[in-house]
Design a protein around this ligand. Structure first.
Ligand code: ADP
Ligand code: MG
Length: 214
């Protein structure tokens, strides 16, 4: 059953064509990686899928936006909120969940990403790898059907890349979340992906089946 259907989408910025007829169908539970040179439209494609950018033409079918989460290169944590509060924020404010229940969910997710002991500290005291694991926990709090990752390890020092990739692998193994991952970590991409999409100059150049793992 397909989870996301992208049909012939076009996207312009300042009259420059950025996405030029992109098609992709993603199955429920599939893990797709997108690779390709800088400027080829990978981020724009993800942003169109989650509705952060409008498309000029074509069609995108996804689960409802509140069932989709995105993890950015730059973490985007709220600096004035503790780690637990970062994760609770949307549950309490948007979903009107009781604080106690939201905190339980937050602690549980922090445990999953190995950061239970950091619940009550502020993001500035964390390493980049830890911040990104909090950002992933925050995305998971909404119980998403789809998670989009836009170069989740590109801002990290090399020694922290692994801890974040391990969390994504763990999600692959323990959940049925559909994942679309833009990454330059090619060993990781080869290990985790069901299919690898190669983008170039605003188009999908190639889709590789990658059924070697498991
Ligand atoms: P990638 O993620 O593959 O590096 P992007 O999707 O970020 O590529 O960018 C593709 C092209 O679109 C680039 O030329 C970039 O400069 C341009 N672009 C991206 N976002 C914007 C924007 N908000 N306004 C204008 N141009 C943009
Ligand atoms: Mg990008």
């Amino acid at each position: 059953m397909s989870c996301i259907e992208v049909k012939n989408i076009y996207k312009k910025f300042n009259n420059e064509k950025i996405l030029k007829g992109v098609d992709l169908e993603i199955e429920k539970g599939e893990v797709i990686s997108i690779i390709g040179p800088s400027g080829s439209g990978k981020s724009t494609f993800l942003r169109c899928m989650i509705g952060l950018e409008e498309i000029e033409s074509g069609n995108i079918i996804t689960p409802s936006k509140n069932k989709m989460g995105m993890v950015f290169q730059s973490f985007n944590l709220f600096p004035h909120k503790t780690v637990a509060q970062n994760i609770m924020e949307s549950l309490v404010i948007v979903d009107k969940m009781e604080k106690k229940k939201a905190r339980e969910i937050a602690i549980n997710l922090l445990d999953k990403v190995g950061l239970k002991d950091k619940a009550d500290v502020y993001p500035k005291t964390l390493s980049g790898g830890q911040k990104q694991r909090v950002a992933i926990a925050r995305a998971l709090a909404k119980n998403p059907e789809v998670l989009l990752f836009d170069e989740p390890t590109s801002a990290l020092d090399p020694e922290m890349v692994k801890e974040v990739l391990n969390v994504i692998s763990y999600l692959r193994d323990t959940s049925s979340i559909t994942m679309v991952i833009v990454s330059h970590e090619i060993d990781f991409v080869n290990k985790i992906s069901d299919r690898i999409v190669v983008m170039e100059k605003g188009k999908i150049k190639e889709v590789r089946d990658n059924k070697i793992k498991n």
